[in-house]
Design a protein around this ligand. Structure first.
Ligand code: PBG
Length: 323
């Protein structure tokens, strides 16, 4: 056959394929989410093989192993005992609580680590919602007031970047203002900008025992059918002071990642969530797929779509596979 262009020529050896590879996974692309509890032995989360709830002491060991592997960024989620939960998430503002204690210890022991925190009521809420509930409704403005205070408590304890995951309106501005007023001008905000009301969060809610006690999160998290609406959320978050915008989940929302990356000039992150992780683990355990190869392909696709940063439970396990 006569052909001037034969794309296969550029694929004929590993060397040329590597030379022409457009997307690379680097250790520095990743943030490793971790679940923390007050004390006791590490508990594996049944729906998330290889992911544990760590006591403070054990978490330091896990963090140290990650740091040695070149994974230096972490996002922490606290598992709060039921008796400390209430309708306004009071424990989230306790400066001597589990979470601030963890943040300050991690910063002290690992000065080179980069710490992302979670701002939302759900780990602390007796209703299992991200905001205050009244008569079956999630109150926006009352919740935002608490979120702003929570952000300051976390900044005080050593957070590098605050991650509001609650999807209340106006929270980025309120958090930015509260941080600035408290003197934390250098603390950044990674906003969960396009966070969808997704069924992929199931295993995470197992990990924190934080599933909503009634209803669902559809009055605040986005409809999975919507793409254009993500632009509104991004415009607002950036105008309100977000340094980085996030799309969550990642794999079923690659189009949204690509859209925000091309429409906006701030960095975009993506959260490869618990359900996405659990599916790979379960399929691998059943012998249906090659776990490492599939996980890497998924992470590569998230990066290729436009994510500058990826939050993934695979970060530690696959660290040696990254550049
Ligand atoms: C809640 C929160 C959720 C996740 C991160 N923060 C779950 C939810 O919105 O119900 C999910 C993360 C994951 O599934 O890995 N503020």
């Amino acid at each position: 056959m006569e052909m001037l262009q034969r794309p296969r020529r550029n694929r004929k050896s590993a060397t040329i394929r590597n030379m022409l590879q457009e997307t690379h996974l680097r250790k520095s692309d990743f943030i490793y989410p971790m679940f923390i509890k007050e004390n006791g032995n590490p508990e594996e989360i049944p729906s998330m093989q290889g992911i544990y709830r760590w006591s403070l002491d054990d978490s330091f060991r896990e963090i140290e192993e990650c740091m040695e592997k070149g994974i230096k960024s972490f996002c922490f989620f606290p598992a709060i005992p039921e008796h400390q939960k209430d309708s306004t998430g009071t424990e989230s503002l306790n400066p001597n609580g589990l979470y601030p204690k963890l943040l300050s210890e991690v910063k002290k022991r690992f000065p080179e680590s980069y710490i992302m925190t979670d701002v939302a009521l759900d780990p602390y809420s007796s209703d299992g919602h991200d905001g205050i509930v009244k008569d079956g409704k999630i109150l926006n403005d009352e919740t935002v007031e608490i979120l702003a205070k929570m952000a300051v408590v976390q900044a005080q304890a050593g957070a590098d970047i605050i991650g509001p995951s609650d999807m209340m309106d106006g929270r980025v501005y309120a958090i930015r203002r509260a941080l600035d007023q408290a003197g934390y001008k250098d603390v950044s905000i990674m906003s969960y900008t396009a966070k969808y009301a997704s069924a992929f969060y199931g295993p995470f809610r197992d990990a924190l025992n934080s599933a909503p006690k009634f209803g669902d999160k559809k009055t605040y998290q986005m409809n999975p059918a919507n793409a254009q609406e993500a632009n509104i959320e991004a415009q607002l978050d950036i105008a309100e002071g977000a340094d980085i915008i996030m799309v969550k989940p990642a794999l079923s929302y690659l189009d949204i990642i690509a859209q925000l990356k091309s429409n906006f000039d701030v960095p975009v992150s993506a959260y490869n969530v618990s359900g996405e992780y659990a599916m790979v683990k379960a399929a691998a355990k059943a012998g249906y797929i090659n776990e490492t190869a599939v996980a890497k392909e998924i992470l590569l696709s998230i990066k290729r779509a436009g994510a500058d940063i990826i939050l993934s439970y695979f970060a530690k396990q696959l660290a040696d596979e990254f550049d």
